[in-house]
Write a protein that binds this ligand. Structure first.
Ligand code: PLP
Length: 398
C-alpha cells in the first residue's frame, strides 16, 4: 500500500463551506451570512482605534518575542476588561493568564489544562454551541457532554432544562458558558437567570468557564456584556475565561486572545501561569507579536480605549438596526410567520429557525448563503441588501 492511501479528506468546516459556496457564485446579488463583521457597505472594517495604535507602536522593535512586561500588560488589561478593574482578585493579583492564539487558542489551552489536571472531569456545552468547541475538547481528549439551552418551540432559552442539567451533572463538572451574544442562537439568559445559574453551579461545586468572543456586541457596552461573569464573582466562584479580540477589535487575522484564571491566592496564580506557559511552549512556542502590541496599546491608552468603545458601540448599533429592519420588512411582506426572535435575540447571530430545504433554496434560487443550522450572521446584512434578503426569506417560507 502507498504511504498516504489510508488518509481520506476531513469533513469541511461548516463556515468554510459557506464561504466557498459564496465565493464561487458569480451572481452580483449574492449575500454571505456566514460570519465576519462588515460595515454598512458590506466591506471589512479596520477600526480607527487600531490605526491609532498602529501609529503609536510604529517603529517598535517587535522582531523578537515580546517581553514578559508586554505579555503581562495584555493579560492584566484583558482581565480588567472582563473581571472589572476594581475586582478584589485583580487588586490582590490573584489572577493568572497567558496570551493565546485568539479565542480558539485560548479554548484549546484550557482544554489541555483540564485534561492534565482534572483527567476524569467532563465539560458541559450548551446545546447548541459554536461547532468548534466540540472539535477542540475532543482533540484534547476531554469527555464532552451537553446541557439544555435552546428551546426550538419558543425560539428562546430552555431555562428549566438548563437548571436541571446543572443539578444532575456529577459534582465538580466544568460548564462552558457564553457570557453574551451566544453563538449560534443569539439567546442570552437574563440577569435573574444568570444569578440562578451561578447559585446552582456553586451548590454542585461545578467550575464555570466563560468563552468571551463577543464582548460589546450584545448591548454595545463592554461592562454590561460581562454582567454574567461579574455575578459569578460576587457569588465567590473561581472562574476561567477565554477572550478573543477578533470581533470586538476587528483583528480577525491577528489572532490575539487571552486565557485567564481567578485563583484563591497569589501562590496558586503563579503555579497556574507557569503550567499554562509550559503547555503553550510545547504547542506553538510563543504567539505572534504585532497583534499583542496593538491590543495592549488600545487597552492601555485611555484616549484610544475610549475611541474603541465608541467604535464598538457603532458596530453593535448597526447590527441591532439591521435586526429591526429585517423583521419589519418581513412583516411588511405579510409573512405568515412570527419573526419576533430576530429582534429579541442579540449579538452577531440570528438563529432563524429556517429549515434545511429552505436554506438550500435560499442558496440555489436567491444566492443567499448561511450555515445549515439556519444561523444568519446579521453582520452581513446591510441597508442595500436587507430588502432583497427579506423577500428571499419570505419566498422560501410562505
Ligand atoms: N468562541 C466562540 C463562541 C466563537 O463564536 C468564536 C468564533 O467564531 C471563537 C470562540 C473563536 O474565535 P477566534 O479564534 O477567531 O478568536
Amino acid at each position: 500500500a502507498r504511504r498516504f492511501d489510508h488518509i481520506s479528506p476531513a469533513a469541511k468546516d461548516p463556515i468554510t463551506s459557506v464561504t466557498e459556496a459564496f465565493l464561487t457564485d458569480p451572481n452580483p446579488d449574492k449575500i454571505n451570512l456566514g460570519g465576519a463583521y462588515r460595515d454598512g457597505e458590506g466591506k471589512p472594517v479596520v477600526l480607527q482605534c487600531v490605526r491609532d495604535a498602529e501609529a503609536k507602536i510604529a517603529g517598535s522593535e517587535f522582531l523578537e518575542s515580546v517581553s514578559a512586561a508586554i505579555n503581562s500588560k495584555l493579560v492584566e488589561e484583558s482581565c480588567k476588561l472582563i473581571y472589572g478593574g476594581d475586582s478584589e482578585s485583580i487588586k490582590e493579583e490573584r489572577f493568572a493568564g497567558i496570551q493565546a492564539l485568539s479565542g480558539t487558542g485560548a479554548c484549546r489551552l484550557f482544554a489541555e489544562f483540564q485534561r492534565r489536571f482534572y483527567p476524569d472531569s467532563h465539560i458541559y456545552f450548551p446545546n447548541p454551541t459554536w461547532s468548534n468547541h466540540h472539535n477542540i475538547w475532543r482533540d484534547a481528549q476531554v469527555s464532552v457532554r451537553n446541557f439544555c439551552y435552546y428551546h426550538p418551540k419558543s425560539k428562546g432559552l430552555n431555562f428549566e432544562g438548563l437548571i436541571s442539567d446543572i443539578k444532575n451533572a456529577p459534582e465538580g463538572s466544568f460548564f462552558l458558558f457564553h457570557p453574551c451574544a451566544h453563538n449560534p442562537t443569539g439567546i442570552d439568559p437574563t440577569e435573574e437567570e444568570w444569578r440562578e445559574i451561578s447559585y446552582h453551579l456553586k451548590v454542585k461545586n461545578h467550575f464555570p468557564f466563560f468563552d468571551v468572543a463577543y464582548q460589546g456586541f450584545a448591548s454595545g457596552d463592554i461592562d454590561k456584556d460581562v454582567m454574567a461573569i461579574r455575578i459569578f464573582l460576587q457569588d465567590g466562584h473561581l472562574v476561567a475565561s477565554a477572550q478573543s479580540f477578533a470581533k470586538n477589535m476587528g483583528l480577525y487575522g491577528h489572532r490575539v486572545g487571552c486565557l485567564s484564571f481567578l485563583c484563591d491566592d497569589v501562590k496558586q496564580a503563579f503555579a497556574i501561569k507557569s503550567q499554562l506557559q509550559k503547555i503553550a511552549r510545547a504547542m506553538y512556542g510563543s504567539p505572534p507579536v504585532h497583534g499583542v502590541l496593538l491590543v495592549s496599546t488600545i487597552l492601555g491608552d485611555q484616549t484610544i480605549k475610549a475611541l474603541w468603545t465608541k467604535e464598538l458601540k457603532i458596530m453593535a448599533d448597526r447590527i441591532h438596526g439591521m435586526r429591526t429592519i429585517l423583521r419589519e420588512s418581513l412583516e411588511k411582506l405579510a409573512s405568515p410567520l412570527n419573526w419576533e426572535h430576530i429582534t429579541s435575540q442579540v449579538g452577531m447571530f440570528c438563529y432563524s429557525g429556517l429549515k434545511a430545504e429552505q436554506i438550500d433554496r435560499l442558496a440555489r434560487d436567491f444566492h443567499v448563503y448561511m450555515t445549515s443550522d439556519g444561523r444568519i450572521s446579521m453582520a452581513g446584512v446591510t441597508t442595500s441588501n436587507v430588502d432583497y434578503l427579506a423577500t428571499a426569506i419570505h419566498e422560501v417560507t410562505k
